[in-house]
Design a protein around this ligand. Structure first.
Ligand code: 9MR
Length: 331
């Protein structure tokens, strides 16, 4: 596997070197970012790329509920503090991820059945987590993945006990706690037309009508090679909602076995997605869900796929990087 990556690298040597984040800022956008946490930025080569290529970091796991409040009102911030420290000492923005999510949620929260208790628990969680990093987080994914594929509200302890109003509660609380943070609703599979993106658009409009402080929509963009063609049009739709738009978790996974041709296709696909963002005035930033293929959730969750990011296992720039760079170089 590693040898194959090395051969691919030699066959497709990158021609450009630069700073993706600076290129993005030249378009008057806010950042190009990457997900990380102490387990990855402790790799000096990852840290080096974060410092030179990226302007924003998203904690891949360390700010999630199971990490920060494993038991009720007992908070642990060791990894998230390290992430915030890394960001502040390297002058990087932070996208906080995530305050209210049905997954990576401790069992004690799943077990709540009482409205008043759950309301209090959500408020306390947001106060403690967003409060700890008040003024340091550029944007929060306040709620994550609240919709099912058919566009209905995803069944979870939050929706079951409180209905859609848990979303309003989360946003209003986050806004009260950190009034300067941009507050996002974030989800996946908003990459093509269908009931899910329709429902997301309708939900954002309902939130706006109710005066809920929603400032942005995050489209995760966990994509599959060769299946990115509909992304630009969906970004356009999200860009018409009078909220900021961000690509929050971009990766484009390749079916194994890898070949130079597939890496070239990935170059095109990254180009398409980056260009899609730049064509939408409200698209403020793009975050890759990791720096290097060496550390990607795809290895564990999709074992028949590989190589979803901009840098390879050896931290070399891939053709994917060139695709992103070329899109950002085009004015
Ligand atoms: O990348 C994250 C991985 O390390 C975790 O094991 C996984 C657990 O759910 O979460 C991954 O990140 C997810 C993100 O928080 C929300 N959108 C989907 C991402 C990939 O699963």
């Amino acid at each position: 596997m590693k040898l194959l990556t090395l051969l691919l690298t030699l066959a497709t040597t990158s021609l450009v070197h630069g700073c993706l984040d600076q290129k993005m800022k030249a378009h008057k956008r806010v950042y190009i970012g990457a997900a990380t946490d102490p387990n990855t930025f402790n790799d000096t080569l990852v840290a080096q790329h974060l410092k030179t290529e990226f302007g924003c970091v998203t904690p891949e796991n360390s700010m999630k509920w199971e990490s920060t409040e494993p038991s009720r009102n007992t908070f642990t911030f060791s990894d998230s503090d390290k992430l915030v420290q890394f960001a502040s000492s390297n002058k990087k923005l932070i996208r906080g991820h995530t305050l209210v999510w049905h997954s990576q949620l401790p069992q004690w929260v799943h077990d709540i059945t009482d409205k008043a208790v759950l309301t209090e628990v959500i408020i306390n969680h947001i106060k403690k987590v967003a409060g700890r990093y008040r003024g340091k987080v550029y944007a929060w994914d306040v709620v994550n993945e609240v919709l099912s594929e058919d566009g209905t509200l995803r069944p979870s302890v939050f929706s079951t006990v409180l209905g859609e109003s848990f979303i309003d509660l989360a946003f209003r609380t986050a806004h009260a706690v950190d009034p300067h943070a941009k507050l996002y609703i974030n989800d996946y599979n908003l990459d093509g037309p269908g009931p899910k993106i329709d429902a997301m658009i309708a939900l954002i409009k309902r939130l706006q009508r109710r005066g809920v402080p929603v400032h942005g929509v995050g489209t995760q963009c966990h994509l599959i090679l060769g299946q990115v063609g509909a992304v630009p049009a969906q970004l356009q739709r999200l860009g018409g909602l009078n909220v900021d738009v961000a690509i929050t978790e971009l990766d484009i996974r390749i079916p194994k076995p890898l070949t130079p041709e597939l890496w070239r296709q990935q170059q095109e696909d990254f180009h398409t997605v980056f260009k899609g963002c730049l064509k939408v005035e409200r698209c403020v930033g793009i975050t890759a869900w990791g720096v290097s293929d060496k550390y990607s959730w795809v290895d564990t969750y999709f074992p028949t796929f590989d190589s979803p990011l901009l840098f390879d296992d050896y931290m070399n720039r891939k053709p994917a990087y060139d695709g992103a760079y070329a899109a950002l170089s085009d004015f």
